[in-house]
Write a protein that binds this ligand. Structure first.
Ligand code: ATP
Ligand code: MG
Length: 453
């Protein structure tokens, strides 16, 4: 796509890559496709105001990258030589956030424009240096070139200059866009060690933008994946939500598996996938991720709870079966299996209580869905988690783990009126499901034993 513009730049500038660190490739306004029409009004306002006050002002990061790829950016980040305090003085609707690294957020209704001062070091690079006793604050801010070099991938380090509408490239990002590849700036091993989350970003961006990960960038990932253990589980939860809920979840899952990252985030799930010769376990994951992607594409709401329920369902099943084999009572065995799997997973990626409660409910309801006689179906249908549990049942039916007839019965139930429901309940008699009252007569009431499938 950029072959033409890069060649043109080569002609004009005599090169495509900076020969020295100070010579960026600069594409003049008519040599690239970034137009002000692609940039939100709010971002333009901020850029122009900064420029008017004599500051450097550039659009940078995912915004420039996405426009060059012909996509619509989801947000706009701005880089400037003004300090956050100076930015604050220019905008009434501005707040300065962050402790170690201050950033300015300029707020326009629902849109927040992030304005960052050119910075020399990554956060973790700074931590590194502080451990060696070097001054922290002194080297926080830097030149635009420093700012480019501390970014992760070359295509994320392209700057659109509001002063002359040119695109500035210090790191060969235009060429990489042309090759449709993600390439780490600098030595990939060093950069992954500084911040292992960059490996997840590589998988996510490659999947989302349909790019390849350049060989040198991908090569160290499997062996460096263990470094993800050092990242806080809270940050990993945030990142993993982004991995799977942003519209390219299935592709991201594949990229994570291909680069040896998935097992670091979800070890129990990775094990369940590996041990399952039938391929069902992975099929269920891909179905759940595919459904989520489809919902995102239609702008329908998605929830992490449902997806995590799908991700961890088979680990729960495996733990449950192990406990049954040790003669634990089914109801307890199941609840213990759930707690065990959730506790272990939380050591890797934190799961907020709201989601773990939802997961527990979806899973527990799987055991109640087959029990429909008497008033049970009606009660279950009124359960606030019924719909999620039903959707989950459909997934299980699709991989052949739950009865398709059961899934269809519930589909019919939801569509039926009062009479239809009575008729549906009658069909249960034919299949031999007993009304709960019939059971109770047999002796003291026990907790209903969950059916395994
Ligand atoms: P998205 O479309 O998902 O927003 P993005 O690249 O814009 O992709 P952001 O998280 O918004 O992602 O980050 C903005 C920019 O900040 C990136 O393009 C990159 O230049 C830089 N950046 C983000 N995270 C890192 C990181 N871990 N290490 C280095 N640079 C980073
Ligand atoms: Mg962004």
């Amino acid at each position: 796509m950029f072959g033409k513009v890069v060649k043109l730049a080569k002609k004009v500038l005599g090169k495509t890559k900076p020969r020295t660190a100070h010579e960026p490739v600069v594409l003049a306004r008519d040599a690239h496709d970034v137009s002000r029409r692609d940039i939100s009004e709010a971002a333009l306002k901020v850029l122009y105001r900064l420029k008017k006050e004599g500051y450097a002002a550039y659009l940078v990061g995912g915004g420039v990258r996405d426009i060059l790829l012909g996509l619509h950016p989801k947000d706009f980040d701005i880089a400037t030589d003004a300090t956050p305090e100076q930015v604050k003085q220019l905008f009434r609707n501005c707040r300065v956030i962050g402790r170690r690294f201050k950033l300015a957020h300029v707020v326009f209704g629902p849109e927040v424009i992030e304005v960052a001062t050119f910075r020399a070091q990554t956060e973790d690079g700074d931590r590194h240096q502080s451990e060696q006793g070097m001054l922290l604050r002194d080297n926080v801010y830097g030149s635009i070139e420093d700012d480019a070099l501390r970014r992760d991938f070359t295509i994320n380090a392209l700057y659109y200059n509001i002063a002359d509408f040119s695109v500035v490239d210090f790191v060969g990002g235009l060429e990489d866009l042309d090759k449709r590849q993600l390439r780490m700036i600098g030595d990939p091993e060093v950069r992954f060690r500084e911040d292992p989350v960059r490996m997840l970003r590589a998988a996510r961006l490659a999947a989302k933008l349909d790019l390849s990960i350049e060989a040198g960038t991908a090569a160290p990932m499997p062996k460096m994946a263990v470094l993800l253990r050092e990242v806080s589980s809270a940050r990993l939860f945030d990142e993993s939500a982004k991995l799977f809920l942003m519209g390219a979840g299935a592709a991201t899952y594949r990229a994570l598996q291909a680069n040896g990252l998935f097992a670091e985030l979800y070890p129990a799930t990775a094990k369940a996938v590996k041990q399952d010769e039938s391929g069902r376990v992975e099929r269920m994951l891909l179905l759940a991720l595919g459904n989520t992607d489809a919902r995102v594409a239609e702008d329908r709401p998605v929830t992490a709870g449902f997806l995590y329920a799908a991700l961890l369902w088979h680990p729960v099943q495996n733990a449950f079966e192990k406990r049954l084999a040790r003669n634990e009572a089914p109801a307890e065995a199941f609840q213990h299996a759930v707690s065990e799997v959730l506790d272990k997973q939380c050591q890797h990626t934190a799961i907020p209580r709201h989601y773990s409660t939802m997961m527990r409910e979806i899973w527990t309801l799987q055991h109640r869905l087959p029990q429909r006689a008497g008033k049970r179906a009606e009660r279950l249908f009124e359960h606030p988690r019924f719909r999620a549990a039903y959707d989950f049942l459909l997934l299980r039916a699709e991989i052949g783990e739950a009865d398709q007839e059961l899934a269809d019965w519930w589909t019919d139930w939801q569509e039926a009126d009062g009479r239809g429901r009575e008729a549906l309940l009658k069909t249960l008699a034919a299949t031999g499901e007993k009304a709960p009252a019939a059971r109770r007569r047999r002796g003291p009431r026990k907790k209903p034993a969950p059916a395994t499938h």
